[in-house]
Design a protein around this ligand. Structure first.
Ligand code: HOZ
Length: 439
């Protein structure tokens, strides 16, 4: 079976990268995009439809990062495009209220019983940062617990032992974050409930909140062990700390009601992003009414934003979320079946080539770890053979398949991925594993 396309040339992308390096650090506006972890110059995208990207040189790729999660319905999905066009005709921003904000909020709260009230912001970073501020105000405590390899955006206190680019580039903790702030964050291993219990015992009454990616997406994909999340919920309730479940990646992806629905979990505060904006910049933090009513103008916690509730983001979000609500019975089983086929197909190709892989997957997000496994926390993820992953990534790209350019990022599928894309991906993987092996 042949792979979808052979890449002709990257000349234009290379020139565009060189030009971009004059203006942007590393030539990029977000570090992982620079491909430093896998080598080679990143293709520059011109357009995308469904599961396919077209670069500046006219090469076409089947892609598995979906703008890092939002594009669950595929690129340029017609109802989303039309909703954005309609909204744009009425102006791109007002800095004042519109009915669309409550329309989207109504849909979100219908899918997330834990969210009684919410605020729209412009990114996941703002959402988690604001949720923590609310938690500190509500509890009168300063410290937070986060988990190694979890990434909750780039606010100061959340870069401690973080995943995503921080893990990709092996940055121990960001320069520029004052020690006094980093010390307010206590990082613990994921999937280890005894470690959380020990932290609460050692430091009683100091933790305002525990923040967690319920399924880690930013150290590669790491699912929670059975019972782990409910034990965490019970501990936070017992200790008077709030549970902040960061569903920026998992929200509306692993189920209509995200990981909270999948694992029958409750939370004090929840953060969302990505899918709820249909690909436009958005973040959400929300939760129990009494907590959210601490926000100005009702309460003393300040938080604001000119582009919060932006009408184009609301329009794209409503189009995406309403489609998911109306077609959930088809969308989620389809995503599960396609993801299972591609993750297992690639794993079989690795087996046949004698390459040792561990596949972690929850629904349409997952990771092929170059690691005999198991991978249950960041320490285990970090033992992966990142050089072999880099060779695999490059070879897949040469054969027309664009994976996330880091071992420590999850891959995402969309409803636009179908049998043809799956078969072409598996064919490319057979070639790529030979490249890994014969290095
Ligand atoms: N940190 C993002 C994924 N976990 C990458 C964002 C981007 O480069 O667009």
């Amino acid at each position: 079976m042949s792979s979808p396309i052979s890449i002709r040339s990257r000349v234009k992308s290379q020139a565009l990268q060189q030009r971009a390096e004059r203006f942007f650090p590393g030539g990029v506006n977000s570090p992982v995009r620079a491909f430093r972890a896998v080598g080679g110059a990143p293709p520059f995208i011109e357009s995308a439809r469904g599961a396919w990207l077209t670069d500046a040189d006219g090469n076409r790729f089947i892609e598995y990062f979906g703008s890092w999660g939002p594009m669950i319905l595929g690129h340029a999905f017609q109802p989303v495009v039309e909703a954005i066009e309609r909204a744009a005709r009425n102006s791109a921003s007002f800095g004042a209220s519109t009915a669309a904000e409550a329309d989207l909020a109504e849909r979100i709260t219908a899918c997330y019983p834990a969210i009684e009230k919410l605020r729209f912001v412009s990114s996941g970073t703002e959402a988690t940062m604001s949720a923590i501020r609310v938690a500190r105000a509500a509890t009168g405590r300063k410290m937070i617990i986060k988990f190694e390899g979890c990434y909750h955006g780039h606010s100061d206190g959340l870069l401690v032992k973080a995943g995503s680019g921080v893990a990709t580039f092996g940055i121990p903790g960001s320069a520029g974050v004052p020690e006094e702030i980093a010390h307010l964050t206590h990082a613990l291993p994921f999937n280890d409930i005894a470690a959380v219990e020990a932290a609460f015992d050692a430091h009683p009454d100091v933790f305002a909140a525990v923040i967690i990616e319920p399924i880690v997406g930013n150290a590669g994909c790491i699912p929670p062990a059975p019972g782990y999340l409910s034990a965490l919920r019970a501990l936070t309730l017992r200790e008077g700390a709030l549970l902040i479940v960061d569903e920026v990646m998992t929200g509306f992806r692993v189920a209509l009601g995200g990981a909270l629905e999948l694992y029958c979990l409750d939370a004090d505060l929840v953060t969302l992003g990505k899918i709820v904006g249909g690909g436009l910049p958005i973040g959400v933090f929300g939760g129990k009414r009494a907590l959210m009513d601490l926000l100005a103008p009702l309460g003393p916690v300040y938080q604001a934003g000119t582009l919060s509730g932006n009408p184009l983001a609301m329009a794209a979000g409503i189009a995406t979320v309403s489609y998911l609500q109306n077609h959930a019975a088809q969308v989620y089983p389809r995503l599960e079946a396609t993801a299972q086929a591609v993750f297992e197909g690639v794993a079989d190709a690795a087996d046949q080539a004698g390459v040792s892989l561990t596949v972690n997957r929850v629904g349409s997000m997952g990771t092929w770890f170059f690691n005999p496994g198991p991978v249950t926390d960041y320490t285990e993820a970090a033992q992966s053979d990142t050089a072999a992953f880099g060779r695999f990534h490059n070879s897949m790209l040469e054969n027309g398949v664009w994976l996330p350019p880091s071992q420590f990022e999850a891959a995402f599928l969309s409803t636009a991925h179908g049998e043809a894309e799956v078969q072409a991906t598996i064919a490319a993987a057979h070639k790529a594993f030979q490249a890994v092996k014969h290095h």
